[in-house]
Design a protein around this ligand. Structure first.
Ligand code: GDP
Length: 443
């Protein structure tokens, strides 16, 4: 997500970092490069112009805070402007008020509506709601079946519509069924076309007049960049959308649609699709996204995720140990247990700022659950002394550990190697100033 833009912006800020004081000229030059980077990321031209003007205005002639270097100050201004551009804060779905809540998904064909309908239903079900999925795409062959299959996957009932019915008729019947049945949320999956056409808009308007809609969410493929924004404008003009869902964000290295759509349509991005599987839908957070774009990683998400399973105290202890180069095999064992709870190591590493720069992490083999269990067994077969000082583990001890854990010497060697690699990595991270703060540093 956003890799190209992040790389470009990191380059711009690196240059600024070298200056003790920033002159108007430095800032203008940097802004010229930010402008180029945004245009290359396919951000709307007008949006870029306004953005650069706002940043330059705030950066030039501003008192430099003593706690920040001038370069950092510019990064902070850019960060704040990016947050504003992306919509300031996460915009939740309108779930209170009239019940059942009704959500219509609209967008072009292939944008990801049907998939997103199921993802959204899953998310709402997890929150304790009782959704009903309604297939109202009677044109695309197999769209109804597709939603039925996806509904089965996420365990959400799918309204029994047929391709012979008119979409507005389906919507009306489904709304009545939901109002009298055990449902509190209705998600309508509608038909798309390859291009915007009047017939489609008439059909969608008919639905919106036939049933009271809580939300009309425009779904677009983020990778289509400015095209997605242009189509969003048309849908908004005709239908008064209430929000946007951008799909396929995980494959979007540029970010033009994400950075333009709120400003152009005035409507917030509410969710982003980040993969094909039914759990790959995330609430859109402007601040976290801005941090991610600036290469700070998604520290907040990481902290939230980590906090869910790691208690703060042991995290702090661990950070101290890393600081003091006192990370033992026992700590390694603890970490393995945490990782087992938290998800894939790669996913976690990806959220730490600056981590994409450390090639050895990217290239390091990612452990799977089976490997983790084996590693755990190997460390458990070591004596306390060995766990605290890996240097004493000689060939004889390795044979004993292998036997004790029911593995082989080669596997014991592999575990010791990944442990020493981890030690090395921690030293590198310390050297680069990563993980020294522990907290998300305010720029
Ligand atoms: P619809 O025509 O708008 O209903 O689009 P579909 O829901 O059928 O999606 C079109 C294609 O996009 C399917 O192959 C989906 O699996 C895929 N897709 C949808 N959302 C995402 C996403 O967030 N990431 C990725 N990689 N693929 C997605």
């Amino acid at each position: 997500m956003f890799e190209n833009l992040t790389d470009r912006l990191e380059g711009v800020f690196k240059k600024l970092r070298g200056h003790g004081r920033l002159t108007e000229e430095n800032i203008q030059e940097a802004m010229g490069e930010v402008r180029k980077a945004l245009l290359e990321a396919d951000v709307n031209f007008g949006v870029v112009k306004e953005f650069i003007a706002a940043v330059a205005d705030k950066a030039i002639g501003r008192e430099v805070l003593t706690s920040l270097s001038p370069g950092q100050q510019v990064v902070k201004i850019v960060h704040d402007e990016l947050v504003a551009l992306l919509g300031s804060q996460a915009e939740p779905l309108k779930l209170d008020g009239r019940q059942p809540v009704t959500i219509m998904l609209a967008g072009l064909q292939g944008s990801g509506k049907t998939t997103t309908a199921a993802k959204l239903a899953r998310l709402l079900k997890e929150k304790g709601r009782a959704p009903l999925l309604v297939p109202a795409d009677v044109y695309r062959p197999a769209a109804i079946e597709q939603l039925q299959v996806l509904g089965g996957q996420v365990g959400v009932p799918v309204f029994a519509s047929t391709a012979e019915q008119k979409p507005v008729e389906i919507a009306r019947q489904a709304f009545t069924a939901a109002s009298t049945g055990p449902y509190d949320t209705v998600i309508f999956d509608t038909a798309g076309r390859l291009h915007v056409d009047d017939e489609l808009m008439v059909e969608l308007r008919e639905i919106s007049q036939a049933v009271p809609l809580s939300e009309i969410l425009f779904v677009a493929d983020a990778m289509t960049g400015q095209d997605a924004v242009t189509v969003a404008e048309k849908f908004n003009a005709d239908l008064e959308i209430t929000g946007v869902i951008l799909t396929k964000m995980e494959g979007d290295a540029r970010g033009g649609a994400a950075l333009s759509v709120k400003k152009v349509t005035g409507k917030p991005i509410k969710f982003v699709g980040v993969g094909e599987s039914v759990d790959a839908l995330e609430v859109f957070h402007p601040d976290r996204t801005a941090s991610r774009i600036l290469g700070m990683g998604d520290v907040l998400s990481l902290i939230e995720k980590a906090e869910a399973v790691v208690d703060q105290k042991s995290a702090e202890q661990l950070a101290k140990k890393i600081q003091k180069n006192a990370f033992t095999l026992e700590d390694f064992l603890d970490q393995i247990q945490q990782i087992k709870k938290m998800g894939s190591l790669e996913q976690i590493m990806g959220m730490i700022p600056g981590i994409n720069k450390l090639k050895q992490i990217k290239d390091a083999p990612q452990p799977d659950q089976k490997e983790l269990i084996k590693t755990e067994a190997i460390i458990r077969s070591m004596t306390l002394k060995e766990r605290r000082n890996h240097r004493i583990i000689n060939a004889r001890r390795r044979v004993r550990i292998a036997e004790g854990s029911g593995t082989s010497v080669a596997e014991v060697n592999r575990v010791l190697k990944s442990y020493t690699m981890m030690l090395k990595m921690m030293k590198t991270m310390k050297g680069k100033g990563i993980m020294t703060g522990g907290k998300r540093r305010k720029l």
